[in-house]
Write a protein that binds this ligand. Structure first.
Ligand code: ZN
Length: 323
């Protein structure tokens, strides 16, 4: 009997329904037919969407969005494919924000923002998809408005952005990407984070990805945390990315997602988009500093121009399961 994906609020309110709902939540073939967002909520879906739109406009004003049609188009395509394979009932938009942190966040009503730092860290498309699917899961489960409801806050428009900007790894969005966000509130409970991990891996699996891509990006975050503890300390102070969370995700993948013969691990389009974004980012930094930085050129041996003869089909292979 699984317990970690049951939100506390849900347990109290619909304890009697929890069993039947749980079985469906374990079954990826039921995605779309399960009401994962149920629970006490003061916000109608319409109000949630309007609120998200308003906040997304605020983020766009405060943050520096990556304005490159190729990057935007591909990130959006990955996102829409995952959203189609999710329980969410709202339309989604996906945008890239300039920022070094390996983070992403979701606003209520389907507005997802990813940082360039996340694309850089995710060498393979399934790792990137793992982080995006986690954010989609927060939206599908309506964690933001349920959390706000739980806090008995009547007028959500007055809540600081920090309450709403829960990073995909449970991080608080922080200053540095142009967002002045105090970390005075806990955005998501640990239970919400576990549920988003649980649902997110199902969505990426349903979209054809290797679900262990989520484990892989978690491990990268954790190792970053170990190697640069001071830089990451603030991000991780509320919801640590730890071995426990990684293990839970791997266990749930083994328990509920039947192995497929083939998974999408990565695509040449993803690699091209990532290289392009890294190149744009370097150019931006060069412009910002007024002089070139001594870094290896991104096209050196691995750029899109070096793989012109690679075909458009996804890389399909089985990933070795992590013990
Ligand atoms: Zn999260």
């Amino acid at each position: 009997m699984r317990s970690l994906s049951v939100p506390i609020l849900c347990l109290v309110v619909v304890a009697g329904l929890a069993h039947a709902g749980d079985k469906k939540k374990d079954d990826p073939s039921q995605i779309g037919n399960r009401d994962v967002g149920k629970g006490v909520n003061f916000y109608s879906i319409e109000r949630e969407m309007a609120l998200g739109k308003q906040l997304a406009q605020e983020v766009a004003r405060q943050a520096k969005l990556v304005d490159d049609p190729l990057v935007s188009e591909y990130v959006n395509r990955i996102g829409q494919n995952l959203a189609r394979n999710s329980d969410a009932k709202v339309p989604f938009s996906f945008q890239v924000i300039e920022g070094e942190e390996p983070n992403a966040f979701a606003l209520p009503g389907g507005y997802i923002f990813v940082y360039t730092g996340l694309v850089k860290l995710a060498d393979e498309e399934d790792e990137f998809a793992g982080a995006v699917a986690h954010e989609i899961a927060h939206v599908a489960a309506r964690h933001m408005t349920r959390q706000a409801t739980k806090s008995q806050i009547a007028n959500m428009a007055t809540i600081p952005l920090s309450v709403l900007l829960g990073g995909w790894a449970g991080m608080a969005a922080r200053q540095g990407a142009g967002l002045a966000v105090p970390t005075m509130f806990l955005k998501f409970s640990r239970g919400d984070e576990s549920e988003a991990d649980f649902l997110g891996t199902q969505y990426m699996y349903a979209a054809g990805y290797d679900p262990t891509g989520a484990v892989s990006i978690f491990e990268k975050i954790e190792s970053l945390n170990r190697s640069k503890p001071s830089a990451m300390a603030r991000i991780f102070s509320t919801h640590p990315m730890d071995a426990d969370r990684i293990q839970k995700t791997q266990k749930e993948i083994d328990r509920i997602l039947p192995a497929k013969d083939e998974y999408v691990v990565s695509t040449s389009e993803y690699h091209d988009m990532r290289e392009r974004l890294i190149r744009l980012d370097h150019r931006q930094k060069k412009d910002d500093n007024g002089r070139p930085q001594l870094r290896r050129a991104p096209g050196n041996g691995a750029g899109p121009e070096d793989r012109q003869d690679s075909d458009e089909r996804p890389t399909i292979r089985r990933r070795e399961l992590v013990e």
